[in-house]
Write a protein that binds this ligand. Structure first.
Ligand code: NAD
Ligand SMILES: C[C@@H](CO)CCC[C@@H](C)[C@H]1CC[C@H]2[C@@H]3[C@H](O)C=C4C[C@@H](O)CC[C@]4(C)[C@H]3CC[C@]12C
Length: 369
């Protein structure tokens, strides 16, 4: 990526490139990265939609692989200029064991870093999460905070623990010498709750509302702010960060950035209604219909049932003590660090993000995808 080789075409690798966020990153790179020569899409499960991308001017290489297998990762990374590591096991519902979550999110990330070092890949962007910071186990609010806001980040749940460890590995790897003698340059992006086309929980809420005759019932007070960011803007931020890492290595290397855009500050349920409302659903109640202690009880009961039933069947309700804590603790960001460091501006306005999401919910809710 030297200046003398302006016309050089670059090889990008996106791990987890077939996931919700990964697919948007892949499509965004193809649309918005003029220096892209080859795009490698690495995922445990490859999506059929990749086929249509193979007919375009950029070489798209689909690689079925597992980030926990160091040799598979090394083979995929070899010869890449930039890695966007977005693969991860996103599980706050108790589907996977804590060991599996750790293996994929922490060991997988270690494998990606080591592959960069061994093969001489110099630029690594990691998809971290707001949950590296909070909400913490004490339920402290994080109200429109930024990357420098002091907050007691204490976790017990395997998912935030794994994301925090993985993020630390990525940041500590900044400056390590890669094969060929150049320094590794890394940064981590921390999305809040991502929404947009492909957001399965949103689709599930829509279907649930339809089953209940068009009604959803408020469980969380409207005053609890939950940070949300549009998937297209998160993808754009990844593309821009990856592009600028070389030019601004000294400034960006080893840094973290919250992902943000113009999405309004609202409670989790009120925010979802921005999309589900125009799709015909109504949220019942200006206040939660059940007292908070009842939700706490139900969440604990769900956790107990999950544990008791585990030998027989996997019981994975939406509500558990952890998801209740995340949904009912204020956590929102207000920052311009990405703008200051690498010129990020959201590509999609709130109106665009909203319209695109509504159209997707309508289509996804009525089809069997
Ligand atoms: N969804 C959110 O609200 C959110 C918010 C903050 C951060 N994140 C982070 O963004 C990233 C992407 O999340 P997402 O919501 O798109 O999840 P997702 O589950 O839709 O995508 C993850 C992708 O990683 C792949 N993957 C999982 N294990 C793998 C393995 N062992 N080897 C190779 N590929 C593997 C999956 O097949 C999937 O395609 C994750 O790292 C997640 O922690 C997500
Ligand atoms: C109490 C219920 C009444 O309607 C609502 C429960 C909603 C929860 C299932 C979700 C509330 C907040 C979500 C999380 C948040 O948006 C951020 C996340 C970070 C990311 O790294 C992974 C996904 C998630 C943990 C996301 C998961 C679902 C919620 C807990």
């Amino acid at each position: 990526m030297a200046d003398s080789a302006q016309a050089q075409k670059l090889v990008y690798l996106v791990t987890g490139g077939c996931g919700f966020l990964g697919e948007h990153v892949v499509r965004m790179l193809l649309q918005r990265e003029p220096r892209l020569g080859e795009l490698r899409v690495f995922d445990r499960h490859l999506g059929p939609w990749l086929e249509e991308l193979k007919t375009g001017p950029v070489r798209v290489t689909a690689i079925q692989g597992d980030v926990t297998e160091a040799h598979e990762v090394a083979a995929a990374v070899a010869g890449a200029h930039v890695v966007i590591h977005t693969a991860g096991l996103v599980d706050v519902f108790g589907r996977a064991s804590p060991e599996t979550i750790h293996e994929v999110n922490v060991q997988g990330t270690r494998n990606v870093i080591e592959a960069c070092v061994q093969t001489g890949t110099q630029f690594l962007v990691y998809t971290s999460s707001m949950e590296v910071v909070g909400p913490n186990t004490k339920g402290h609010p994080f109200y429109r905070g930024n990357e420098d806001t002091l907050y007691e980040a204490v976790h017990r749940h395997p998912y935030p623990c794994s994301k925090a460890l993985a993020e630390r590995l990525v940041l500590e790897a900044n400056g390590r010498e890669v094969h060929g003698g150049l320094p590794l340059v890394t940064c981590a992006l921390r999305p809040t709750g991502i929404y947009g086309e492909g957001h399965q929980i949103m689709r599930d809420f829509y279907r649930q509302g339809l089953r209940l005759g068009g009604w959803l019932f408020r469980a969380i007070p409207a005053s609890v702010e939950h940070g949300r960011v549009y998937v297209g803007n998160v993808a754009w931020m990844h593309v821009l960060a990856a592009r600028e890492l070389e030019r601004r290595a000294a400034l960006m290397g080893g840094q973290v950035y919250f992902c943000y855009d113009g999405s309004p500050y609202k409670s989790y349920e009120d925010f979802n209604m921005e999309f589900l409302g125009p799709c015909g659903l109504q949220l019942v109640g200006a206040r939660p219909l059940l007292p908070y202690w009842v939700l706490v009880f139900l969440a604990a009961l769900n956790a107990l049932l999950q544990w008791l039933l585990r030998p027989l069947v996997l019981y994975v309700p939406l509500l558990n003590p952890y998801t209740l804590a995340v949904a009912s603790t204020t956590f929102t960001v207000s920052t311009d660090k990405a703008q200051r460091h690498f010129g990020y501006e959201p590509l999609f306005s709130w109106e665009d993000s909203r319209t695109r999401t509504i159209l997707w919910v309508q289509a996804a809710g009525s089809s069997a995808q």
